[in-house]
Design a protein around this ligand. Structure first.
Ligand SMILES: *[C@@H]1O[C@H](CO)[C@@H](O)[C@H](O)[C@H]1NC(C)=O
Ligand SMILES: *[C@@H]1O[C@H](CO)[C@@H](O)[C@H](O)[C@H]1NC(C)=O
Length: 137
């Protein structure tokens, strides 16, 4: 009987550790052939219109923006998979909002994305996991 409180404490501690390791932010989930917004905003709402941000999927270039030029104006590298499918919100840049929309989602878009601000002091990186599920007919 005296062991019981100890056992409970032990279980609590263990489950606490487990959840800290596995519970990152929940992934964003969407079906294929939809669109999805990947959020990324600076908490201080600093104007990034003339700044730089870089979205990568598993390390590959998904969308790049620098001072008004971006992937859709031919700036920076962008892997073929995302050509013409990724858009930022021009009017939101002045509020530090670098969120993007991916249109016509594909299962292959699933992955770990980073939104990176290389010119900030210090540089900032946000991580977002996207899971695109097959459309169930
Ligand atoms: C960023 O912009 C998008 C598109 O307008 C909007 O849906 C989202 O709420 C904005 N995020 C923040 C933190 O304001
Ligand atoms: C994101 O990265 C984690 C850890 O490497 C991995 O387990 C997970 O499958 C990745 N998510 C996707 C959607 O690929």
């Amino acid at each position: 009987m005296e062991l019981l409180p100890l056992l409970c404490l032990c279980l609590l501690t263990r489950s606490g550790v487990t959840s800290a390791q596995t519970n990152g932010p929940a992934p964003i989930t969407v079906e294929e052939d939809r669109y999805v917004m990947l959020p990324c905003s600076l908490s201080n709402k600093e104007d990034i219109t003339s700044g730089v941000f870089d979205w990568k999927k598993d390390g590959a270039d998904a969308f790049f923006y620098a001072n008004g030029q971006h992937s859709n104006t031919g700036r920076g590298g962008q892997i073929q998979q995302f050509k013409g499918r990724v858009f930022h919100f021009e009017d939101e840049l002045k509020h530090g909002n670098a969120s993007i929309i991916i249109t016509n989602t594909k299962v292959a878009d699933s992955g770990n994305y980073t939104c990176y601000f290389p010119k900030l002091q210090p540089p900032q990186t946000f991580k977002i996991e996207l899971v695109v599920g097959e459309y169930v007919h």
